[in-house]
Ligand binder design. Structure first.
Ligand SMILES: Cc1cc2nc3c(=O)[nH]c(=O)nc-3n(C[C@H](O)[C@H](O)[C@H](O)COP(=O)(O)OP(=O)(O)OC[C@H]3O[C@@H](n4cnc5c(N)ncnc54)[C@H](O)[C@@H]3O)c2cc1C
Length: 545
C-alpha cells in the first residue's frame, strides 16, 4: 500500500507527565473538546496519529471526496464569530475545503499547541488506587490524566478486504482513507476499484474521467441520489447567517441533525402519482434527508420502503443504458438501511466506454494476483488497484487501543459480543472514560457535527459537575448500561435497519458481532434523554468522591 507522505510538523515538545484530560484524536471532536477544556481552565493534551487536524478530512483525500450534509449545516455552532466570519464556497464542499475549515478553526483557537501529531495512542489503563488513567503512546510516552476522552472517530479505522493475495499485486495500491497527499494521476492507467459505498460512489466518476479503463468490483450496490452540488450564492449565505441561531436550534431538535418537516403521511396512503411526485422532488433536491423523511413509514415498513426502492430502481434504469449493468446497480435491501450516498454523475459513469462493472455476487473475487484481480470467471489486469472498502466502523478505533478498566478488564474483550455503552458516551467498568459519538448514540445516523458538539458539551458539563461537587469519578452502573443497550436494540428492531448487511451492523468485518450499533431514535429525542439524565444528577451513573 502506498503510504501518504507526511506534512512537516516537528514534534519537538515534551509530552507532559500529568494533565486533567487526555484527548485521543484531533478531528472535529477532539478539536472542539480541546477548545472547551481550555475554556474551563483544565489542562489537556490531544494525541493525533495524523500530521494535522481534521480527522476524516485529513485522511480521506480520494478524488471526489465530499461531505453530503450541506456546508452551512455541517459546521461548528459553538462560536458565533466563527459562524459569521467563515465563508463556505460550495453547497457540498470537497475534502480540501473542509480540511481548510478545520485548519482555520485550529489556527483561530490556537489549538495546535496542545496537540501531539504523529502520535498514536496504543494503550490506556485505569489505576483504581490513584483514580487516574495512564495513557501510553506509540513513542513510549506516558501521561496520567483524571479523564480520558476517546475522540477517535466512528469511521477512522480503515478496512482492507479479506481476499487472498492482497500483497501480491505488483502495481500501486491505494485505500481511499489513506490517500497520498500529493494525489494520484490515473491518466492512461488501467484501474480496478473494489467497493461501491460512499467512497467508491464519490471517486468512481472522477477516476473514470482520467483512467484508460476503470473496472468496478461491486459486492453490494448503494442507493445514491444526485447531489446537485453548486457554489453557494451570497444571498443564501447571508440569509443563513442572519438566521443561524434558530437554524442551530432546529438542528438540535431534528431527527438527523438536519432540520426537515416531520412527515405525517404513510407512503401507502397516497396515490402513485402523489408519491412519485414527492420522491421526484426529493431526487431533484439533492438532499438525502428529503428522501429518507418523505414519508413517515419509510424506515419502519417494508411495503412503504419498497415504494422508494422501486422509484430509485426506475431512475437507475432510466440513466444506465445497458440493462444488465443497470440491474446490477439496483440494491435489494431497504432504502436507507445502509448508508445512502450523494453523487455527482455516478450512474452516468457506467455509460462510459472505459467503465465496466463486475457483479461480485455473480462472480466473486478469488484472489489478488501479481497482475490484477481474478474472479471466479475472469482474470483482470491492472496498473492500479483502489480499495474503497471502508472502515471497521464505530468500534474499530476504540478497540484497537488496549483500554483496560477496573481489574485490568479489556474493553475489546468486554465488547466481544458487540459494544456495550450507556448513552454511547461511557461504559461500565471504565470510570472517567468518555467516548465522543460512541456506539449507542445517534452518531453516524446524523449530521455528525451536531452530535459531536452535543457529546462534547455533555462530557465537559459532566466534568464541571464533578469538580463543582467535589467528586472524583463517574461511571455508568451495570443496570443503566444494560437497560440502554436493550433500549438501543428495541428501537433498532422496530426499524428496517437490521435487514441490511451494513457497516452499521458490523457486517463488513468478518467475525465482528452483528449488532446494530447506532441509536436510531433521532438526535432530538436522544439529546432530551441525555439532558434529563444530567439534570437528575447523572442518573444511571455512580459518582464517587
Ligand atoms: C469519506 C467520509 C465521508 C463522510 N461524510 C460525512 C457526511 O457527509 N456527514 C457527516 O455527518 N459525517 C460524515 N462522515 C463522518 C465523519 O467521520 C464525521 O462527520 C466527523 O468528521 C468525525 O469527526 P471525529 O473527530 O469524531 O472523528 P475523525 O474525523 O475520524 O477523527 C478521529 C481522529 O482520531 C485519530 N485517531 C484515532 N485513533 C487514534 C489513536 N489511537 N491515537 C491517536 N489518534 C487516533 C484519527 O487519526 C483521526 O484523525 C464521513 C466520513 C467519511 C470517512
Amino acid at each position: 500500500m502506498s503510504a501518504p507522505p507526511s506534512d512537516s510538523q516537528p514534534a519537538s515538545r515534551a509530552v507532559p507527565s500529568s494533565v486533567d484530560v487526555v484527548v485521543v484524536g484531533a478531528g472535529f471532536s477532539g478539536m472542539y473538546l480541546l477548545h472547551k477544556l481550555r475554556e474551563m481552565n483544565l489542562s489537556a493534551v490531544a494525541f493525533e496519529a495524523g500530521t494535522d487536524v481534521g480527522g476524516t478530512w485529513y485522511w480521506n483525500r480520494y478524488p471526489g471526496a465530499r461531505v453530503d450534509v450541506e456546508s452551512l449545516a455541517y459546521s461548528y455552532s459553538f462560536s458565533e464569530d466563527l459562524e459569521q466570519e467563515y465563508e463556505w464556497q460550495e453547497r457540498y464542499p470537497t475534502q480540501p475545503e473542509i480540511l481548510r475549515y478545520a485548519r482555520h478553526v485550529a489556527d483561530r483557537f490556537d489549538l495546535r499547541r496542545d496537540i501531539f501529531f504523529r502520535t498514536r495512542v496504543n494503550a490506556a489503563a485505569y489505576d483504581e488506587q490513584g483514580r487516574t488513567w495512564r495513557v501510553r503512546t506509540e513513542h513510549g510516552d506516558a501521561v496520567t490524566a483524571r479523564f480520558l476522552v476517546m475522540a477517535t472517530g466512528c469511521l477512522s479505522a480503515s478496512k482492507l478486504p479479506e481476499i487472498p493475495g492482497l500483497d501480491r499485486f505488483a502495481g500501486a495500491t491505494y485505500h481511499t482513507a489513506h490517500w497520498p497527499h500529493e494525489g494520484v494521476d490515473f491518466t492512461g492507467l488501467r484501474v480496478g476499484i473494489i467497493g461501491t459505498g460512499s467512497s467508491g460512489v464519490q471517486s468512481i466518476p472522477v477516476i473514470a474521467e482520467q483512467a484508460a479503463q476503470l473496472t468496478v468490483f461491486q459486492r453490494t450496490p448503494a442507493y445514491s441520489l444526485p447531489a446537485r452540488n453548486r457554489r453557494l450564492r451570497p444571498d443564501e449565505i447571508a440569509a443563513m447567517k442572519a438566521n443561524y441561531r434558530a437554524f442551530r436550534q432546529a438542528q438540535k431538535e431534528s431527527g438527523f441533525g438536519v432540520p426537515t418537516p416531520i412527515p405525517t403521511k404513510s407512503a401507502l396512503e397516497v396515490s402513485d402519482e402523489e408519491r412519485d411526485a414527492t420522491f421526484e422532488r426529493a431526487w431533484e433536491s439533492g438532499s438525502l434527508v428529503n428522501l429518507l423523511t418523505a414519508y413517515a413509514d419509510l424506515s419502519i415498513d417494508q411495503a412503504a420502503n419498497d415504494t422508494a426502492k422501486r422509484f430509485i430502481h426506475r431512475k437507475i434504469h432510466q440513466i444506465v443504458e445497458d440493462p444488465r449493468t443497470a440491474a446490477d446497480l439496483c440494491p435489494e435491501y431497504p432504502v436507507g438501511t445502509k448508508r445512502p450516498c450523494l453523487d455527482t454523475g455516478y450512474y452516468e459513469t457506467y455509460n462510459r466506454e472505459n467503465v465496466h462493472l463486475v457483479n461480485l455476487r455473480r462472480t466473486p473475487i478469488v484472489e489478488i494476483t501479481e497482475r490484477g484481480i481474478r474472479t471466479s470467471d475472469q482474470a483482470y489486469e491492472f496498473d492500479v488497484i483502489v480499495y474503497a472498502t471502508g472502515f471497521d466502523a464505530m468500534t474499530g478505533a476504540l478497540t484497537s487501543v488496549d483500554i483496560r478498566g477496573r481489574g485490568g478488564a479489556s474493553l475489546d474483550e468486554a465488547w466481544s459480543a458487540g459494544p456495550r455503552t450507556y448513552l454511547g458516551i461511557s461504559s461500565a467498568g471504565y470510570p472517567n472514560l468518555f467516548m465522543i459519538t460512541g456506539p449507542g448514540s445517534p452518531s453516524v445516523l446524523s449530521n455528525m457535527v451536531v452530535s459531536i458538539e452535543q457529546h462534547v458539551d455533555w462530557v465537559t458539563d459532566a466534568i464541571a459537575y464533578l469538580d463543582h461537587q467535589g467528586l472524583t469519578t463517574i461511571e455508568p452502573t451495570q443496570e443503566a448500561e444494560d437497560a440502554w443497550v436493550d433500549h438501543v436494540n428495541l428501537i433498532a428492531d422496530a426499524t428496517l435497519y437490521p435487514k441490511a448487511n451494513s457497516w452499521y451492523m458490523g457486517a463488513n468485518v468478518p467475525g465482528k458481532p452483528q449488532v446494530f450499533m447506532p441509536y436510531a431514535g433521532g438526535v432530538g429525542e436522544y439529546r432530551k434523554t441525555c439532558d434529563e439524565i444530567a439534570a437528575q444528577g447523572y442518573k444511571g451513573f455512580a459518582l464517587s468522591v
